[in-house]
Design a protein around this ligand. Structure first.
Ligand code: DGY
Length: 322
């Protein structure tokens, strides 16, 4: 019997490769590089499984290019706005993601960006690296404290909840908005108040985005939403860039309409709106939310286990329902 053919689109940790090699014959680009769509469609021919990343467009065309043997596409990410899940379901292809294992790493980074922008860490580092003369005085580079301030979480899922736990430890109050209310025990544990989005934007000292990118959340934070926020408020985005209208944000930050922003994701990655690069009141990171050795290994291992489970006729651990 021929062993299943597994195509891995980008380099993944060895622990995950070992699981995949047990499950079939593995092909991965050597050396590691992003495959243009045309080449990707060529290399997936006759694949039984594809292990993809958020840079790959995972749609009906990809499944069709693989052909009738394709059983599963496992993405090494929790977000899957790059995937056309119904098109895969129509073709009988199982699609899986990696929820849970990157929750803490992403919340750590979101909170790190919040501290970086409120305490002006990037600005301070740039000052020192530019060898600009400075001396300590009581009014020097004052930031904004977090104690007693309200964190407004948009999307109280796993990562939003982990962000709330960190904020509680810093003495913050928690408010949240979302499509539906969180279970009572979650609200109780986090002492979280449910607000409609407008009220949350109007009252929060920090707005942190943890909702997925969907047609409904694209440009959720636009010029109008930014105008509703307090002038002293900060915005943190570690979900997906297009949830924020980046041009409107650059303008709001430049005009002092809000106090600052911490951004890990961008509308047209790897591009960053040039206006943001000019501003001191923005802390920037290049999509590092899940970028720890431990987390990336856990994500790839989960994707590999999902792949192996489906190839052996079992149920995947973390399927995305079409
Ligand atoms: C995800 O998993 O969706 C992150 O953006 C990358 O880890």
């Amino acid at each position: 019997m021929t062993r299943p053919r597994i195509v891995v689109t980008r380099k993944i940790p060895e622990a995950a490769m070992e699981i995949l090699r047990e499950a079939g014959e593995v092909w991965a680009p050597e050396p590691d590089r992003a495959l243009p769509a045309e080449e990707l469609h060529r290399v997936v021919g006759d694949a039984d499984a594809i292990v993809a990343t958020l840079q790959d467009r995972v749609d009906g065309a990809l499944a069709d290019a693989a052909g009738p043997r394709l059983k599963v596409i496992s993405t090494v990410a929790v977000g899957y706005d790059n995937a056309d899940v119904p098109a895969l379901a129509d073709r009988g292809v199982v699609f899986t993601n990696t929820p849970g294992v990157l929750t803490d790493a992403t919340a750590d980074l979101a909170f790190g960006l919040l501290l970086a922008v409120t305490r002006r860490l990037g600005e301070g580092e740039r000052l020192l690296r530019s060898r600009t003369p400075w001396s300590f005085h009581l009014g020097f580079m004052l930031g904004s404290g977090l104690q007693g301030k309200t964190l407004g979480i948009v999307g109280l899922g796993q990562i939003g909840q982990a962000m709330a736990r960190r904020a509680l430890a810093f003495g913050m109050e928690i408010a949240y908005s979302g499509r539906r209310r969180a279970p009572e025990d979650v609200e109780r544990e986090l002492r979280a108040t449910y607000l409609d989005r407008e009220e949350l934007l109007r009252t929060a000292d920090v707005v942190s985005l943890h909702c997925p990118l969907t047609p409904e959340t694209r440009h959720l934070i636009d010029a109008r939403a930014l105008a509703v926020m307090k002038r002293s408020a900060y915005l943190v985005n570690t979900t997906r860039g297009p949830v924020v209208d980046e041009a409107a944000l650059a303008e709001a930050l430049a005009n002092g309409q809000i106090a600052g922003a911490g951004l890990d994701v961008f509308e047209n990655e790897p591009e960053v709106h040039p206006g943001l690069l000019e501003l001191d009141n923005v802390a920037l990171a290049p999509h590092l939310g899940s970028a720890t050795v431990e987390t990336r290994t856990a994500m790839a291992v989960l994707a590999a286990r999902n792949t192996a489970a489906v190839l052996s006729g079992g149920e995947p651990l973390t399927p995305v329902k079409g």
